[in-house]
Ligand binder design. Structure first.
Ligand code: HEM
Length: 502
């Protein structure tokens, strides 16, 4: 009996040893430099233990690769390639897109039905279909229409700030503003979170933004251990959030069809496409389920991504009064004296505003890395060097690490919008600054996001002087937010009404 028991324990230990040592020499065999992994966790222990963000952990790996164009590391037992050289990044994201078509995020579609039609998670032909629905978000005409909705939320935000006589927590302010704008543009609802703070919409939007331990763990499984995530059907978006937003879209959709109400939002666009197609005898293009899926893709991506940069931008402006003054001067030069005066053309023409927003997205890119899976083995070349990439290997582009590499951005942690003036931009490789990704998977909401951020910043800076509350404090990124860069803790700022503007 004892012999059997010893045999059993030795076998288990042997299997464990095989598992732990399996694949360890992958990068040696490929002749690609790599960062030595730890047993079991590979190089991502601090992400798994939620001690650091993915951006920070990849930044460590990036610097340990000491200027090498590419380098290997391990996510648990899975070898993963980090691409550091901008020419090779251009190959992965753009020129060799056919071999790097899909993102390396894996969920069970039936467990997370609200994410089913989200292009971020779609692969193969499904990606082409879901992505094409969002293409109009890049058109000038659509954006002009949506600016009308954005201005209403800007006015609501101004009234709210004016009424608050005490410092304001800007993460909350940004969340209220962006959830209102994006919900209004995509779901066809007008929540006015500044007036109605305690609604179900606010509760659910807050819950969507503030990742708890459970949803963060589900996201980590989707990124790093999809087999377990799929086995246990972990959900990234909880059932109650899913149920609530589905009912909001469904009610709005029915109301519009039944009462003939029209609005210039994304929901209306899908309803109109259906009407035209039905009238021409071709039948319904989008059923209720797909209308919900597409609208939710915009809401989830747009809200999660845009809310944080606005908070960071206001913080940067509060810490840098000279930048704030320069921005105010530009607003004055453009003759903008009220929110109603804003037009898409004017906002697009404001160079310094663009520099301020670009610098914010450099220091705090909401998505700190994008990772593609190699879907067809290929070879990358850089001068005389050739790098073979096998099918199935994930390849990551470390956005945050590139944005904070002193080789491309001197004194990288300093907030300095001048890095984005015309001359400095032209001196830099295009693929070292990637807040919206690049290539065919480039963020389809980038123009809308910039329009929202810039409209909010103009409205605030035109009306208020923004100052820090108390001692100046650098913001840390929250390790609980894993893939996204969000601020740890609260950000309190003072808003002093600017009476001398005109
Ligand atoms: C400042 C705000 C935003 C930032 C920094 C941002 C950034 C990004 C990045 C880095 C990607 C990955 C690109 C790649 O894989 O190459 C992405 C994808 C995506 N974004 Fe955004 N985004 C923002 C706002 C928005 C908004 C407002 C929307 C919705 C209207 C949106 C919708 C999407 C979608 C649907 C994808 C997936 C695209 C695909 O895989 O084809 N984003 N975004």
């Amino acid at each position: 009996m004892l012999l059997y028991f010893v045999f059993f324990i030795v076998s288990i230990l042997y299997l464990l040893f095989i598992y732990v040592s399996w694949n360890e020499d992958y990068w040696l065999k490929q002749r690609i430099p790599f960062v030595e992994p730890e047993k079991l966790f590979g190089n991502i222990k601090d992400v798994i233990l939620m001690k650091k963000t993915i951006g920070e952990v990849y930044q460590d790996i990036y610097s340990k690769l000491h200027g090498k164009p590419v380098g290997g590391f391990f996510k648990m037992k899975q070898p993963i390639l980090m691409v550091r050289h901008p020419d090779l990044i251009a190959e992965i994201l753009d020129k060799k897109f056919e071999s790097f078509h899909d993102n390396d995020i894996h969920i069970r579609r039936d467990a997370d039905p609200i994410l089913k039609l989200n292009p971020v998670l779609a692969v193969g032909p499904m990606w082409t279909a879901t992505r094409s629905v969002l293409t109009p978000l890049q058109s000038h005409e659509t954006l002009e229409g949506l600016l009308y909705i954005i201005k209403i939320s800007c006015k609501n935000m101004m009234n709210y700030i004016t009424q608050q006589k005490i410092p304001i927590e800007v993460k909350d302010l940004s969340s209220k503003f962006t959830s209102d704008v994006i919900a209004s543009c995509s779901l066809g609802t007008e929540p006015n979170s500044f007036k109605r703070c305690d609604t179900q919409f606010r509760k659910m939007s807050d819950k969507l933004l503030q990742k708890d331990l459970k949803s963060n763990a589900a996201l980590l499984f989707a990124l790093y251990a999809p087999m377990f995530g799929n086995l246990f059907s972990f959900r990234i978006i909880s059932k109650d959030i899913c149920k609530y937003f589905v009912s909001v879209i469904s009610d709005n959709c029915k109301q519009r069809v039944q009462q003939g109400i029209k609005r210039k939002d994304f929901l209306q666009r899908l309803i109109d496409i259906n009407k035209e197609s039905e009238a021409s005898g071709e039948g319904t293009v989008y059923n209720y389920q797909s209308i919900m899926g597409h609208c939710m893709s915009i809401f989830i991506n747009g809200y999660n991504m845009t809310s944080h940069p606005l908070g960071f931008c206001l913080h940067n402006l509060a810490m840098n009064p000279e930048v704030q003054d320069k921005l105010r001067k530009e607003i004055k030069t453009f003759g903008i004296s009220s929110i109603d005066a804003l037009s898409y053309y004017l906002i697009e023409s404001m160079e310094y505003l663009d520099m301020v927003v670009c610098e914010t997205l450099r220091l705090h890119p909401p998505m700190s890395a994008v990772t593609r899976v190699c879907t067809c083995s290929c070879e990358l070349s850089l001068g005389e060097h050739k790098y073979k990439i096998e099918k199935g290997i994930p390849v990551t582009i470390p956005i945050f690490a590139l944005h904070t590499d002193p080789q491309y951005f001197l004194e990288p942690m300093k907030f300095d919008p001048e890095r984005f003036d015309k001359k400095n931009r032209s001196l830099r490789h295009q693929f070292v600054y990637l807040p919206f990704g690049a290539g065919p998977r480039y963020c389809p909401g980038s123009k809308l996001a910039l329009l929202i951020l810039k409209s909010a910043v103009i409205s605030i800076i035109m009306n208020f002087e923004v100052r820090p509350r108390g001692a100046i404090k650098e913001i840390e990124h929250d390790p609980m937010s894993s893939l996204l860069s969000t601020a740890k803790g609260e950000i309190w700022l003072q808003f002093k009404e600017h009476v001398t503007f005109y």
